[in-house]
Write a protein that binds this ligand. Structure first.
Ligand code: ZN
Ligand code: ZN
Length: 270
């Protein structure tokens, strides 16, 4: 697939990417150039508050690309570092937010019971502390949840996270879970998985999300969409996600891109 296919003329956004990570240090300028040519107007770049190299690289990314806004958090995979002191996770996030004028969200935060890299109890405590921080900072939250649906919704409810709202990133649940997300006023962000032939249930979710709750993302460097599957993903590929959703809904890619851009601007106030 050549670069020519990116010239669709539609404005798009990437609601979730990790381009301050080590995978993009070598050719960052080229990645940003392709994203610009793909007409990305905004990108939410995730910074892990516990990763000093990524936070430092975030500065270079922001200088190179004015479309960038940041979401800062401690990922559930890293929650184990804060066992016994979960409040320290929120403190680390707060310190990075305080230094970062482009911070627009707290995340990604949540629960991952698929990998279970940190004990579940610790993941939950670190998740809670960061929701509380986001409420103090009045920032929306970017949620990562995998095989932890009930605990995720229980904690969001107990912490009254609906006050700040946010997004379930890289949504992979079924329609019933999608409805739970919509019922609490959160947004659903779809990634390249929606282009995978076997993701049948997710394709149904893509049809049911109201346009004013839909976001699109790459989760770069992960999850390259068809036909790039298996290679490093990058923000320009979000066009494929918009196209796939449009095709499923019998809609135009332009209206998907436009809706996602509007939702991004409302949620992350760029
Ligand atoms: Zn994630
Ligand atoms: Zn991510």
């Amino acid at each position: 697939m050549g670069i020519g296919s990116w010239f669709l003329g539609i404005d798009v956004i990437d609601s979730h990417c990790h381009i301050a990570g080590p995978e993009f240090v070598q050719d960052l300028a080229a990645v940003i150039d392709r994203a610009r040519r793909a007409k990305l107007t905004h990108a939410l770049v995730i910074l892990a508050a516990d990763d000093a190299a990524e936070v430092a690289q975030g500065q270079r990314v922001a200088h190179a690309w004015d479309a960038v806004r940041f979401s800062i958090g401690v990922h559930p995979h890293a929650a184990g570092k804060f066992a016994g002191n979960p409040a320290d996770a929120a403190k680390a996030v707060d310190a990075v937010i305080a230094e970062e004028p482009l911070a627009r969200a707290c995340g990604e935060i949540g629960l991952d019971y698929h990998y279970d890299f940190a004990p579940r109890e610790v993941q939950q405590q670190v998740f809670r502390e960061q929701i509380r921080l986001a409420k103090r900072r009045r920032l929306p939250i970017v949620i990562h949840t995998r095989e932890a649906e009930d605990d995720t919704f229980r904690i969001l409810d107990e912490e009254t996270a609906t006050d700040i709202g946010g997004v379930f990133h890289c949504f992979t649940g079924d329609r019933a879970m999608g409805q739970r997300v919509l019922d609490i006023g959160f947004h659903i962000s779809l990634a390249g998985i929606v282009t995978f032939p076997r993701a049948l249930e997710l394709k149904e979710v893509a049809k049911m999300v109201p346009l004013d709750r839909l976001l699109i993302e790459t989760d770069s460097p992960f999850l390259a969409p068809v036909p790039h599957r298996g290679s490093r993903n990058e923000p320009a590929n979000v066009v494929r996600v918009a196209e796939a959703i449009a095709e499923l809904r019998g809609d135009e890619p332009e209206s998907i891109g436009e809706a996602a851009r509007r939702n991004f601007e409302r949620l992350f106030a760029p």
